[in-house]
Every structure is written in structure tokens, then in C-alpha cells.
Design a protein around this ligand. Structure first.
Ligand code: AMP
Ligand code: MG
Length: 297
């Protein structure tokens, strides 16, 4: 996934800790091998390669993530959409070349985007991409899922006091001994939130973006326009699990502060914090339960 991963855990001894570490990293590696679209051999790449050619049987993990992706798309009114692959591809090229995507190419790519064109059949556990040229991109959700898988593997070994971090996305188990929760620093701020038994994820363009004619375009694109976000949003979402937090942090980035915070307010166990640029100043907004998560010391 091209991000540094980290596992923190409390075990009875060194041997158990080492077994836990190995199991957690094996889960992360398995998710990466299946869902990384940079790898042409991954299951997701093979599925995209069959776009327009009928249904394809998919593994249980991939099907789980596709279902969650569809759910996130529906919740966010299409702000989160894993069918953005063709558009993301154009922006990856822009990032290399320092030029905006060609408008005609962008229109053609946008024509292939839309989660309604991704058909999932739960009974047959299959997926079908309606049109040739469609391409799935799980970059906004798979890291959170990998965290959940690693945390679940640890729990199945009896290691429940654990934190899994896949770079921007976390899954948190029971708190460390003698602590109310895990302390997570909000990216680019000095504030700390204290959490356990949930997921948390941060999205933002502080690392991956392209600047063209003085405008900074994020690696997150608005599926409605095909354009990289320019609102300089930094979003942190807390949700019941890592996968939900990951998808929602990307969704809230696209939705912006008012619709994004409203979405978090509607969802149980979900809080959001957003900082964005308006003119030349930064503004912040948060959902009603966010304040209570901040460390008191
Ligand atoms: P994140 O860092 O979790 O916000 O994910 C950002 C990544 O998700 C990007 O690098 C793309 O691979 C992918 N992506 C970009 N825009 C969207 C979108 N609107 N919906 C879903 N995934 C997206
Ligand atoms: Mg995300």
C-alpha cells in the first residue's frame, strides 16, 4: 500500500507478541495483495481488467469491501465512489507531468464512473462492471479494512489490547492497561483524541497532491466533476470500525463541511472533524460528539 504500517499490542510475553505481530502483518499483506490496484496481478486489477465482460467470482474479503463501498456510496450520495479509477488514473498522470488532465479525456473517463454500474450479486458472490474501461480503486477504503482484519486476527489469538495503523487509518481494540484509550494525534494539529474499540481515519492532501498554475489539487477527486479537490480539506472520522472510518474520511472530504458533518451526525458511533481553507484562512467544524473524544490533559 506504499504506506508505513504499525502494530502496537499487549501480550502475555514476547513469544505471544511476536506471533501476534506476524499474524497482523500477514493480514495486511493479504489485503494489499488482493486490493492494491497498482499491482496488475492483484484480484482488484484482474476484476477491473474484465470490465464489460460479464460477472466475475470474487473472494470473500474483496466482496466484503465492495459491499461496504457500495454502502458508503449510497450514504454519501456518490461522494465516495470506488469506480473513480479511470479519473484517478488521469490525475496520477497529471501528478507526474504537472499538467491538468485533458478535458476531453476527463469527460470520457467520467463517463465510466458511477457506482450504479458496479453490480454485486451476494448469492453468487460475484461482481460485474457494466462497461469496458471501468476501473475500481479501493485506495479510499482498503487500508481501513486491512486494519480491521489485522485487529480481528489478533483478537482470535486472545490479544485484544491492540492498535493497528496503516498510515492514515487505524483500528483500535481494547485500551492499553491502565489507560482509558489509545491516544491518537490529529494530523497536522497538536490535539489528541482518546479512543478504543473503533476505527479512525484521516484524509487530506498534505502528502499527495499536484500543484498546477498555483492551484493545489488533491489525490481525492469529486466523482461528479472529475476534478481533484481544491478545498484543502483535512478530515478525521471516528467510526465503529476501520473500514467505515476510512471510507467516510474520504467521503467527508468530498462532501465538505456542512454535508460531511451532517452525514456523521446521522450515523451511529460516528464523529467527524474537518479543517478546510476558505479564502486565505483555515476554518474547522466538528460533529456534536467530537469534543468529548479530545484528551483532557
Ligand atoms: P483516503 O486517503 O482514504 O482519503 O483515500 C484517497 C484515495 O482514494 C485516493 O488516492 C484514490 O485512490 C481514492 N479516491 C479518490 N477519490 C475518491 C472518491 N471520491 N471516492 C472513493 N475513492 C476515492
Ligand atoms: Mg479513506
Amino acid at each position: 500500500m506504499a504506506t508505513p504500517c504499525r502494530v502496537k499490542l499487549y501480550a502475555a510475553g514476547e513469544e505471544e507478541a511476536e506471533r501476534g505481530r506476524k499474524a497482523a502483518y500477514a493480514e495486511i499483506a493479504a489485503v494489499d495483495a488482493a486490493m492494491n490496484d497498482w499491482n496488475p496481478e492483484s484480484e482488484i486489477s484482474r476484476l477491473s481488467a474484465r470490465a464489460g465482460q460479464g460477472e466475475v467470482a470474487v473472494s470473500e474479503p474483496l466482496f466484503t469491501v465492495l459491499l461496504a463501498s457500495r454502502h458508503a456510496a449510497a450514504l454519501s450520495g456518490g461522494a465516495f465512489d470506488v469506480t473513480v479509477g479511470p479519473v484517478v488514473g488521469l490525475w496520477r498522470r497529471s501528478r507526474k507531468g504537472g499538467m491538468l488532465p485533458d478535458p476531453a479525456e476527463l469527460r470520457a473517463a467520467l463517463d465510466l464512473v458511477g457506482f450504479a454500474r458496479l453490480h454485486l450479486d451476494s448469492g453468487r458472490r460475484s461482481a460485474r462492471l457494466e462497461r469496458a474501461g471501468m476501473k475500481l480503486d479501493l485506495g479510499g477504503i482498503a487500508k481501513g479494512y486491512a486494519c480491521d482484519r489485522a485487529l480481528a486476527a489478533l483478537a482470535s489469538m486472545g490479544i485484544t489490547r491492540a492498535l493497528v495503523d496503516t498510515g492514515g487509518g487505524y483500528a483500535l481494540g481494547d485500551p492499553p492497561p491502565d489507560a482509558p484509550g489509545w491516544r491518537i494525534k490529529l494530523a497536522d494539529t497538536s490535539r489528541i483524541i482518546v479512543l478504543s474499540r473503533c476505527g479512525v481515519a484521516t484524509s487530506g492532501d498534505w502528502e499527495r497532491f499536484v500543484e498546477i498554475n498555483g492551484v493545489r489539487y488533491s489525490h481525492i477527486v469529486d466523482p461528479k466533476t472529475g476534478l481533484g479537490l481544491t478545498n484543502r480539506a483535512l478530515v478525521t472520522v471516528v467510526a465503529p470500525d476501520g473500514m467505515a472510518a476510512d471510507a467516510l474520511s474520504t467521503a467527508v472530504s468530498v462532501l465538505g463541511s456542512s454535508d460531511g458533518i451532517a452525514l456523521a451526525e446521522r450515523l451511529p458511533g460516528t464523529e467527524a472533524w474537518i479543517r478546510w481553507r476558505e479564502g486565505d484562512r483555515f476554518r474547522t467544524a466538528r460533529s456534536s460528539g467530537f469534543e468529548a473524544l479530545l484528551a483532557q490533559d
